[in-house]
Design a protein around this ligand. Structure first.
Ligand SMILES: Cc1cc2nc3c(=O)[nH]c(=O)nc-3n(C[C@H](O)[C@H](O)[C@H](O)COP(=O)(O)OP(=O)(O)OC[C@H]3O[C@@H](n4cnc5c(N)ncnc54)[C@H](O)[C@@H]3O)c2cc1C
Length: 555
């Protein structure tokens, strides 16, 4: 048996922890370094869903899927940005990753029945779900002293719940019974991204891999163009870690103003990820001569600013909230500009639309506008207010649409006209302007009691008072970075592998281009290429000699 390879993994989100497990299981000695004082990254803050087409659980649930369908689906949304060999690698390795974790670690997955793809009507898309998986709740008792060292999510106030337990995760929503919630409290069970990270972390601990926290990777050690180590900064001191391979899993560059300005295709002022994602991995890869790809893209997400007493980050995601009836979005002209129910990633493009004559972003600023009927039925879901309870004081409100328009500094007549047209369309049951409510996605994310038709997303604004909250252009993370081959080996600017350097997760040039396939569409490629990177770094590649750019450079 050859000498065990030494692999350093940077970052403890889904990509990093999966890479660590895969590298270990393929025979490597693994060290994991995390810049933050807690582990889990944005993955621990997330819903914890993964989108893996053609996975074995889908087949067990009787859902028909195939590699061909999934490839057709992804490529149909490429707009020239998805490289087919990378999409194929994702589709081939995804089911292997799921199998490996299910068979060899405490990580478990289950299908979220009927959760449709985000563009389900595209060729190869699934209107009836199957590809989105989540992780059942996990007892943090199993983590011992590490239980307190997983970063808690600011966005899901009840950590016991998975998306699976909420209306978004159920075809016929049923609340979790109180006894079950009490049991989860007693067992310290957590759902969503907490469960996913908890399980991945347990798998690492079972392999004697304890992440080094407050350990920021600052520089790669290069010898003759190959990566031979990494410099780690810990409490102000730097030390060098010698190794045969480094896996960058350091998240995106959404918290670097400089990188955002340099690379993103349009404004993105409000990231909702963990703020240690400042593009360190990108910087290290650039220094090593990496070719970059997909730099203009992010996992876009409309966001609202909220008081920090309500959400500690001061922002919150505006996702399903937009899909509910009795709300619309308008720009400064008081005009609707998009399908408000469209998936959050796609809607990001609406914030980048320019009025070329005015030389201005047409839809920034913009607002979500809703009426008392919305509040009566759904409350103020932006910060979790209960039905019927008035929205907080900081929300703009007025007894009339004209009054609301005045407060938002937009033409009264335009807002009144917009709402009148919207109400007429709602009465006819069709949004001829933007086709809201037609797609399976819109119907799923809208009012769960009206699923199956446009009514899940359509409803008039006809009951005073009226309310508005400004919506900002945000993102779950960026998705551009060093380009890799199918084994997640970083390529240099001439397309040759940089020996010993790998990238996975939001730090890498995403194989997804500008798309978001379905719920779980970001963590999935991160974990899949983390798995692939770990295997190759350990000397047991998933793709031994496949795809372009696999020729080793003679060094
Ligand atoms: C509320 C919310 C819900 C979401 N729900 C989902 C979902 O259900 N499914 C889905 O697919 N996506 C979801 N997302 C998006 C998803 O969470 C992220 O895209 C994904 O977790 C990114 O994974 P990652 O491993 O690449 O990065 P991260 O999980 O962010 O991990 C990167 C880690 O690297 C560390 N790091 C950075 N620099 C260094 C350095 N120099 N040295 C060492 N460590 C470093 C960071 O501190 C961080 O811990 C959600 C996001 C949010 C905010």
């Amino acid at each position: 048996m050859g000498k065990r390879r030494r692999v350093a993994v940077l970052g403890t989100g889904g990509a990093g922890l999966t890479a660590a497990i895969a590298a270990h299981d393929a025979g490597a000695k693994v060290k994991v370094f995390e810049k933050a004082d807690k582990v889990g990254g944005t993955t621990a803050w997330s819903g914890g869903m993964v989108w893996i087409p053609n996975n074995h659980l889908e087949a067990q649930a009787g859902v028909a899927d195939s590699r061909d369908d999934a490839l057709t689906y992804l490529m149909s949304m490429s707009h020239g940005l998805i490289e087919p060999h990378m999409a194929e690698a994702f589709l081939d390795a995804g089911p292997l990753m799921v199998r490996h974790l299910c068979d060899h670690t405490p990580v478990a997955f289950r299908t979220i029945p009927h959760f449709p793809d985000y563009h389900a009507e595209f060729p190869g898309g699934k209107t009836d779900g199957g590809r989105s998986l989540d992780t059942p709740p996990f007892s943090f008792k199993a983590l011992g002293k590490w239980a307190k060292r997983v970063t808690p999510s600011p966005y899901y106030p009840d950590p016991r719940l998975s998306i699976y337990d909420t209306p978004l995760g159920q075809a016929l929503p049923q609340p979790v019974p109180e006894e079950e919630l009490e049991r989860r409290s007693r067992e310290h069970e957590r759902g969503s991204g907490q469960a996913l990270v908890g399980r991945l972390l347990r798998a690492c601990l079972d392999r004697d891999i304890e992440p080094h926290t407050r350990s920021r990777a600052v520089e790669l050690v290069l010898r003759k163009g190959a990566v031979r180590g990494v410099v780690i900064e810990h409490r102000g001191e730097t030390s060098r870690v010698d190794c045969d391979a480094v896996i960058l899993a350091t998240g995106g560059f959404e918290w670097s103003e400089e990188f955002k300005r340099a690379f993103l295709r349009g404004p993105m002022t409000h990231p909702v990820s963990i703020d240690t994602n400042t593009g360190d991995g990108l910087r290290m890869a650039m220094r090593a001569g990496a070719m970059l790809g997909n730099m203009r893209e992010a996992w876009w997400m409309p966001v609202a600013e909220v008081p920090r007493e309500e959400v500690s980050t001061g922002v919150t995601l505006i996702a399903g909230i937009r899909s509910l009836p009795r709300c619309i979005m308008v720009n400064r002209d008081g005009v609707r500009f998009t399908n408000e129910s469209a998936n959050y990633n796609a809607i990001g493009a609406a914030f980048h639309d320019q009025d070329v004559s005015a030389f201005a972003y047409r839809n920034l600023p913009c607002w979500i506008v809703f009426d008392q009927g919305y509040v009566d039925r759904y409350g103020f879901p932006i910060t979790g207010g209960k039905p019927g309870v008035p929205p907080p004081q900081w929300v703009t409100s007025a007894p009339t649409l004209a009054g609301l328009a005045d407060k938002l500094a937009m033409p009264r007549s335009a807002l009144e006209r917009t709402v009148a047209r919207w109400n007429t369309q709602v009465a006819a049951g069709r949004d001829d302007d933007f086709h809201r409510g037609e797609a399976a996605h819109d119907q799923w994310w809208g009012d769960a009691s009206a699923r199956g038709g446009p009514g899940a997303a359509l409803g008039p604004l006809d009951r005073a008072p009226f309310f508005a909250v400004e919506i900002k252009s945000g993102a779950l993370g960026t998705k551009g970075g060093p380009k890799t081959d199918v084994n997640a080996n970083v390529l240099d600017v001439d397309g040759r592998p940089i020996v010993g350097l790998y990238a996975a997760g939001n730090v890498m040039a995403s194989p997804m281009g500008m798309t978001y396939g379905g719920a779980g569409g970001t963590i999935a490629p991160g974990m899949v290429f983390g798995f692939v990177a770990g295997r190759d770094a350990a000397g047991d590649p998933v793709f031994p000699a496949k795809g372009p750019n696999r020729k080793k450079k003679g060094r």
